[in-house]
Design a protein around this ligand. Structure first.
Ligand SMILES: Nc1ncnc2c1ncn2[C@@H]1O[C@H](COP(=O)(O)OP(=O)(O)OP(=O)(O)O)[C@@H](O)[C@H]1O
Ligand SMILES: [Mg+2]
Length: 398
């Protein structure tokens, strides 16, 4: 072993490193995770803006909290704003606050998130969802640390640190004109990329063991553990939902299998490896015709799974009234507890009626989780909120 790698080994095994890693709460021993924590340690003590990107469930929020926690602002507030979830109409006043009487219903003066974050940090999650009109105003806050409340005439000054996150490709959004280039450059001063779980498979077992241990301790469950075969299966899987999916899976199998030892056979009931064919590497060492057959098979599998998804959507969105009855006359479960009990309502007459029904059904299926519903429907969260308002799908209905 060379001197440098020996030094690095010592560094990552030192008491100090363990303390840092525990404080930030980011698990994993892979090179990618070590580099990530090193970057957080470098940038956190300064006021430089940080943009965090990465797939869903990779720990972007965890990283944002870590940046705040390892900064000199750690005892001041960290205000988290989900930019995609706030309806357009109130976004500006939520962010910048408003003066009394600035619009109908503005009974009193109200501080916005920027003011609430004064001396601390503001975490703008899903920043790619901000409309262009707000992006201009945000740029000004970033540059001057100054803004005006809605309906206000005096400038407010704030001392804040900006942390933003996105699972979109913002550069692409800039090209398409959906995201301001100047704002992108400003936010992008430091860009932290949260690695997907697929890129650091060596962390999977560490994470699974920790999630299992935490879950069993918190819920007083006795768990017999995973076999090597089960861990192997986890390492092979592609984890499109990343760490969140892994955590959910671990907790689910422990509960549903009542703490018994989990081997690969049991685990395979829960991991959808069949849908995982898209992520298999293409073996380039095979003869051409064999390779072609394999690729063809994959395309067929892909089409099959898309048909299955489509069928699911149709079953969700077009209930019995279309007399498809693919479930043999019995309404599927989600309709059994449809709160409005309208399984026999009139046939939807228009596209928007169908859209409304589809949104309603998806919200029921996702247990009212708008974020998940937006993903299933292929809409942005903001658009979904707009449509929920448009169709009057209040929370108790969804
Ligand atoms: N490296 C990690 N160590 C421990 N837990 C992690 C790690 N990465 C993610 N998690 C956990 O996984 C879950 C999802 O993380 P988080 O909410 O930060 O993801 P995200 O990237 O913000 O996802 P989304 O894009 O869907 O908002 C959380 O429970 C988080 O604590
Ligand atoms: Mg997040």
């Amino acid at each position: 072993m060379g001197d440098t790698s020996k030094l690095l080994m010592d560094h990552y095994e030192s008491e100090h490193w363990r303390e840092v890693q525990q404080d930030v709460g980011i698990l994993g021993n892979s090179e990618k995770i070590r580099q990530l924590i090193e970057t957080i340690e470098q940038v956190a003590p300064t006021d430089i803006s940080v943009l965090i990107s990465g797939e869903s469930g990779t720990g972007k929020e965890l990283i944002a909290r870590a940046v705040h926690k390892r900064s000199r602002r750690r005892d001041q507030p960290l205000i988290t704003v989900n930019c995609g979830a706030i309806p357009d109409g109130i976004l500006e006043s939520e962010l910048f606050g408003h003066e009394k009487g600035s619009f109908t219903g503005a009974a009193g003066q109200r501080k916005g998130y920027f003011e609430l974050a004064h001396k601390g940090s503001i975490f703008l999650d899903e920043i790619g969802e901000l409309p262009l009109s707000i992006q201009v105003k945000l740029l000004r806050v970033l540059e001057e640390r100054e803004f005006m409340r809605v309906g206000g005439t005096t400038l407010q000054s704030v001392d804040i640190r900006f942390i933003a996150a996105t699972n979109r490709n913002l550069e692409e959004d800039v090209h398409k004109g959906h995201f301001r280039q100047d704002l992108y450059y400003r936010l992008n001063a430091i860009h932290i990329k949260a690695p997907s779980l697929r890129e650091r498979r060596e962390d999977i077992v560490v994470l699974a063991k920790k999630f299992a241990a935490d879950f069993c301790r918190n819920n007083l469950i006795e768990f017999q553990g995973f076999t090597d075969g089960a861990f192997h299966l986890m390492e092979e899987y592609s984890w499109p939902g990343n760490v969140r999916e892994l955590r959910n899976l671990v907790e689910k199998v422990i509960v549903l299998e009542r703490g018994q030892r989990i081997d690969d056979r049991i685990l395979s009931k829960y991991i959808n490896t069949f849908d995982d064919h898209r992520n298999l590497p293409v073996p380039l060492d095979k003869p051409k015709d064999e390779l072609e057959r394999e690729l063809l098979l994959r395309v067929l599998l892909e089409i099959k799974s898309e048909i299955a998804q489509l069928r699911e959507l149709v079953m969700m969105g077009v209930p019995q009234r279309y007399s498809l009855k693919p479930w043999g006359g019995e309404a599927p479960n989600q309709y059994a507890h449809a709160p409005d009990g309208q399984a026999n309502a009139a046939t939807p007459e228009s596209v928007s009626e169908m859209e409304k029904e589809m949104i309603k059904a998806t919200l029921i299926k996702t247990g009212g989780n708008k974020r998940k519903a937006a993903k299933v429907l292929g809409l942005s969260e903001r658009t979904l909120y707009r449509k929920i308002n448009k169709y009057g799908l209040r929370d108790n209905e969804s």
